[in-house]
Design a protein around this ligand. Structure first.
Ligand code: FES
Length: 183
């Protein structure tokens, strides 16, 4: 029991001393806070950059961002929970966000969303077992004129129908396969 506790505390210390961000991201965040007259204004972009690198806002990420800005973790968390694009659980490699706000809803947004659920075999907020895709319903993504619209990571796809869903997924599957081959 004593040995187990010792081993746990060694492992915990090891993970605590490991940097949360890559040196590149750390440098980027250092530069970012200098751009604002008040450090706190850098909070949301900092969280977005951190999420891009780590995949989600883990406890360690929230603590590190709080330390860099000089505010409490609770303050960071209360801001972060306001934004639907910020995540607290790992997403798939491709995070599919389907807008079902009014313009998209009127032009078939829910049919598109349901088709994604069927094709991926996941429920809302689910992640496919291979970790390739995650799916979520979101509020307006600013593409109302071309509704219904979705966003996959930072790519937009618009004027969709339920029938266009399999082709979109195939495109990302191919992208992932090609990246693997070229790695
Ligand atoms: S309502 Fe869907 S993009 Fe605006």
């Amino acid at each position: 029991m004593g040995a187990r506790v010792d081993r746990m505390s060694v492992e915990q210390k090891k993970s605590e001393s490991m940097p949360v961000f890559s040196p590149e991201l750390a440098a980027r965040l250092d530069a970012l806070v200098l751009k604002y007259p008040v450090k706190r204004s850098a909070l949301v972009p900092m969280l977005l950059y951190a999420q891009d690198e780590v995949g989600y806002l883990s406890d360690a990420v929230l603590a590190e961002v709080a330390r860099r800005i000089g505010i409490s973790e609770l303050d960071v968390r209360s801001v972060a929970t306001y934004y639907s694009m910020l995540r607290f659980k790992p997403a798939g490699k491709f995070n599919v966000q389907v807008c079902t706000n009014i313009s998209c809803m009127l032009r078939g947004g829910y049919e598109v969303y349901e088709r994604f659920q069927e094709e991926l075999g996941v429920a809302p907020k689910g992640v496919t077992p291979d970790g390739l895709f995650s799916l979520e319903e979101v509020e307006c993504i600013g593409a109302c004129c071309w509704a219904p619209a979705i966003q996959v990571n930072y790519d937009f796809h618009d004027e969709l129908t339920a029938e266009s869903v399999p082709g979109i997924l195939d495109r990302y599957r191919n992208l992932a396969q090609n990246k693997e081959k070229n790695a």
